[in-house]
Design a protein around this ligand. Sequence first.
Ligand SMILES: [Zn+2]
Length: 422
Amino acid sequence: MGILIRGASLGGERRDILIEQDRITRIAPSIGGAFPAGLLAIEAEGLAAVPSLANAHAHSAMTLLRGVAEDMELMPWLTGAIWPVEARMTDEDVYWGTRLAAVEMARSGTTVCNDMYLHPEALARAARDSGLRFVLSYALIDGLDEAVGAAQRAACAAFFERLPDCGPLSRFHLAAHSVYATTAESIRLLARQARERGLLFHVHLAETRAEDEGCRARTGLSPAAYLDSLGALGPWTVAAHCLWLDERDFDLLGERGVAIAHNPVSNMKLASGPAFDYEAARRRGLRVLLGTDGAASNNSLDLFADMKIAGLLQKQHYGDSRRFPVREILEAASARGHEVFGTGGGRIVEGAAADLLLVDLDRASMVPCHDLEANLVYSGSGAVVDTTICAGKALMLHRKVEGEAEVFAEARSRAARLSRRT
Ligand SMILES: [Zn+2]
């Protein structure tokens, strides 16, 4: 077992990289000697080794809903087009939709995904079988109905009593959909449990004007202040979107040390609000991560595209081309996500988790390579990834992903059945 990468370009130098179990154990100009039987040797001439990407906000199984409803506003899109189809999704649909997402992410260089979806048993199986790292969550979405909320809280407690096997790389955390779709009591309980158990609390926050206005009318507080009043903001909170925040909200998130999952493509496509204010977040030391959101609103899970668009959005909207520089975009899409999700990866150094990519420098969009990081953000795409290694296993080797044909066939037939019943 193990992988020996021979002759990759690492920081511009030619390096061999030895991976044993799930760790990078040695990096040197040349690694020789006797290797154990079954060692996978990868000839990496012309390939650059870079850390893998971390998708900070997704609803993976929504791959089955890719392209199902276009050119709509968020609330009618969600309530009229998405939720009715989701209500008919079975465990097996969610399983194969999540498997498809894992293939798409492996193909485009992502090895860890912070997910929020329903059907937790199916999520567990899909995570285990995919080989990708999933930060799963048991998500409560009770539609502000107290009775539904109480039943869901009981189901959540029972679920955590007997957690399904999601494999060694994934773990269940807690999620509330949002302040407009989850009761105060549910949010309060989930947040307390996340804090007490050392889990993450994943939530949509300040995504639309309707959410902002509705929350202020109902509670007298902004969505951020309302979450805080329920004890739901802390360093263990991953808040997705964060578009409708004023200066006081940013101060609050900064004081609580929240991590923000920025989803530029989904936000732009659904015209969810003003551009995310990256500088306001950065000034307060907030940890900004990058996510795709679900494939119904992106419609791709290729985080390379989100990196480029994240940069363009800040520069264009604020009229300042210095905003969100290349290295900070890469940090948001990779190292910082690995840190928040506790993978031990995000860096290619001895002792780090073996989550890394071999990127093909012989692709037209990567030639020349004055600045590898600039190429990754602005001229690359998932298609330049040759090999994706997650926790010491090659999920994609020289563009081949094992078992992919079966995943595509299942996903196609399940998506067709779901749309026929629309
Ligand atoms: Zn979302």
